[in-house]
Every structure is written in structure tokens, then in C-alpha cells.
Design a protein around this ligand. Sequence first.
Ligand SMILES: Nc1ncnc2c1ncn2[C@@H]1O[C@H](COP(=O)(O)OP(=O)(O)OP(=O)(O)O)[C@@H](O)[C@H]1O
Ligand SMILES: [Mg+2]
Length: 382
Amino acid sequence: MTREIPEEILQVKQRLQIIGDSPALIEAIKRAVTVAPIDLSVLVTGPSGAGKEFFPKIIHQFGARKHKKYIAVNCGAIPEGTIDSELFGHEKGSFTGALSARKGYFEEADGGTIFLDEVAELPLTTQARLLRVLESGEFLKVGSSTVQTTDIRIVAATNVDLTKAVAEGRFREDLYYRLSTVLIHVPPLQERGNDIILLARKFAADFSEKYMTKPVTFSEDAKRAMLLYNWPGNVRQLKNVIDQIALFEAGTEISRDKMLEALPLNRNPQATPMIAPSPDNSYEAERKMIWQMLFSMREDISRLREQIGKTEDDQPSLSGVRALMAVPRDESPFASSPLDESEKRTIEETLARHGGNKKLAAEELRISVRTLYRKMQELGIS
Ligand SMILES: Nc1ncnc2c1ncn2[C@@H]1O[C@H](COP(=O)(O)OP(=O)(O)OP(=O)(O)O)[C@@H](O)[C@H]1O
Ligand SMILES: [Mg+2]
């Protein structure tokens, strides 16, 4: 199969250390290499953890702007109040705390590339500024009336369906068309077949080299379990799982049972089932799944009990409890209360359940991705 991959693509893979030979991944790399020398906007789509961040790098490094700046901006992680200033800069005194003028990324990266990650999270006002700079190269610093110009290539990425965001009025249609001149889709890991095994081997080898531990190998059954798992957190999750296995099982051959132990159960009812039982051992696998499920339910129940207990202690009056119930989770008035610990645990567990996939975790917690980032920062979750 490797023989059919053009030399140029192999070089890109080697330079950026991209693992995988699946046709959909190779097609995505080919598109990035083809569009790199042509100054069009590119939109990279695909689920969280799938490897979208390689693509703006390919486009920058293999295009004419490679000697200019490359700036990656995570639009979901910047608070709404400061995002315009981060991107476009501000004048001194333009808002409280603007003690001096500041250049934004669009000025700093002039001549280069800006990667707008999680672009769906941009507030509508910022979307308007972005459209203007994309169409005319013009922008205004916050608090300034002097038009400035810049020459930036934009590569944007998203793990949400932007057409849906457009239909719901959360994303400007004109901006969507402007950004998505060329689309590159990074497929979910689950659809990449044997790439899963190649990646697992690579991550296991990297770990043992980095930490000088004895390498692990995978039994055929363990490989089958990996191939059947749905990997909601994609490559990021696979790396986490393999790092853990490489640490705790160093020097051994990983059995199917060990592998199943390391794969978190996906309890999002909308998600596809976690794993199909192996035909030779279905009863055993089913029993294991049920046990895992019972254990995690027990954890949930004790956590709920703990939370209710704490809420009652903190807020003896019923109206307090009602107030807590009426306020959306992300605006809880008890931000610095002992609830923090359980909130932290809830967020960590939800993230783990979704393999670090922030979008799925935010959906399950019924908060926005931006709020999830903020909470993670506040609670010290990496
Ligand atoms: N094909 C691959 N080969 C090697 N490493 C990969 C591959 N795909 C992804 N990774 C690694 O997996 C991790 C997650 O990838 P990346 O950060 O690009 O995900 P993403 O699609 O940008 O996710 P998100 O939407 O959450 O930002 C990174 O550490 C990346 O290096
Ligand atoms: Mg990313």
C-alpha cells in the first residue's frame, strides 16, 4: 500500500511525523500539499483529536509564506471580551486595563499565516471584523478609527458542523463561504482501520524511548479490540491510552483484557456503541462491559449523594437549593465553594469518558466549549 503513496506525500508525513496510510488520511494530506502554494483560504474539518493541527502547518510550510510568521489561535480558549483585541490589537485606553497600545495577530503575522482553530467559537462581532480583513485586507484596532492593512492567509479548523451553525444563526454565512474555499476533511480515527495499529505501535515506541522503559507489544486480540473501539477522542485518546499502558505494563504483551481495561466506556447515549464483543469470547466481554458500567454508575450515585449533601450543608434554605437548580451549570454562583472539587472531578471524568474530546464533553455537561475552557483554566485541569 505504501508504494502507491507519492514520494512528496511521504516526505510531508516524515517531516511532520504523521502516521497512517489510510486512503482518507492520504487524500487529506494531498489536498493540503496541492493547495499550499495557492493563496486560498482553507477550512479543515474533522472531530476533536483527529489531527487537524497538522494541516495548517503543511499549508504554511509548503507554501510561499513559509519564511513568514505562523500564528495559531485557539478561538475557543480566548474570552469573548478580549478576542477582538488579541486578533486585531487595541489602542491605549480603549478599554479598562488597556494601559498601552498592542499589536494584534493580524498585524504581527503580516505576510504569513494565521491558523484559526475552533473557528466556530468566534463571537459574531469578531466574525464581522474577520470577514472584512479577509475580503479587503483591512482592519481597525479596537478603539481606533484608522484603517490598517495586512496580508494574511487564513487556515481555519472546526470540529463542529459549521453549516448547522450557519442555519442556527451562530455563524455568518458569508464568512463560512469565504473561509471554506477549499475544504479538507480529517476522518475520525475509527474509520482509518489499520492506522490505529500503526499509531499504537508508534506511541508505544515513543514512550519507551522517551522514558527508557521496556517496550510493550500487542496481542492479536488486543489489536482487534483497538480496531473495534470507537475512539471518541480519536488520535489524542489513543495516545493517552497507549501512554498509560506503556507505563503500567512495560515489557509485557498486552492482552485483550488489559486493553479493554484501558478503554473508557462511552456513556454518551448518542455515541456509537463502545466495542463489539469478539465472536470467540462474547460472554466474557459482555460481562466485563456490564461490570464496568455498574462500577461507573456506583461512582455517579455516590458523587450525586456527596453533591446533594454539600449543597444542603451550604444552603440550608430550600430557596438556596432552588436558586442553584435554576442557574445554568456554567453560571453557578458557588464558583469558589467546596463544590469546586466535585465540579473538577465531574469535568475530568466527562473529558476522560470522551477521550479528551471537549466538544462531546461540553455537550454532555450542557455548557459551551468556551465555558468548558474557562472552567478548565479556573479549576486547573490540563
Ligand atoms: N496521524 C497522526 N500521526 C501522529 N500523531 C497524530 C496523528 N493525528 C493526530 N496525532 C496527534 O494526536 C494529537 C491530537 O491531534 P490534534 O491536536 O491535531 O487534534 P485536533 O484535530 O486539532 O483536535 P481538536 O479539535 O480537539 O483541537 C496530537 O498530539 C497529534 O500530534
Ligand atoms: Mg486542535
